[in-house]
Design a binder for this molecule. Sequence first.
Ligand code: ADP
Ligand code: ZN
Length: 215
Amino acid sequence: MIRTILLGPPGAGKGTQAAIIVKNNNIPHISTGDIFRENIKNGTELGKRAQEYMSKGELVPDDLVIEIATTRLLEDDCKNGFILDGFPRTVHQAEELDKFLDEHGQEISVVINLEVPDDVLMKRLTGRRVCPKCGATFHIVGMPPKKEGICDICGAELIQRPDDNEETAGNRIEVYNRETKPLIDYYEKKGKIANIDGAAALEVASAAVAEALGG
Ligand code: ADP
Ligand code: ZN
């Protein structure tokens, strides 16, 4: 049973790796960032609250995120495992997640820690383009779409995520280093960390991830 957390700075490739894991295992991909973006798109109250923080590259308050994530984890499709992407992001979130899993007789199998140097992250984030319709991700240099500005998969016009501009992306990396990096230590102490070179070629990184998840 795979119950994994994808840990790593913004731009480390968590979403990309999650999509590959989903393809090979029948478990849901839970991205708190995606949940918030969906709520922003739909104009919900939650979306409005989250957007205040997301637009500045700050973290959404713990209580709100914990509520959203644990509610999602209670759904039926999480019974046979899950991939958490972007949650937990603070030690408090991790402690609350552990409490929740404990209460439900579950535990994390492994934490995939994607390591990428800061300068590579900035290039990845500012060059990233996403499809607002199907969620596919491209990069203007590293993984350009066949036709400039157009999604290969569904033909929609690609956009830049509003928080991928240089200033906000830089702040997200700082916030990661300050608030989220301590989680490496937290899970290291529990013997759950698998370090993966997230700057390696995609196939190399995804093979290492698959191996860490048990082959
Ligand atoms: P990335 O990993 O590329 O920064 P995400 O899509 O995971 O992107 O997150 C985007 C934004 O959503 C974050 O910058 C933050 O504002 C908010 N967010 C997502 N998950 C969390 C979380 N677990 N705790 C606090 N804020 C979160
Ligand atoms: Zn698309």
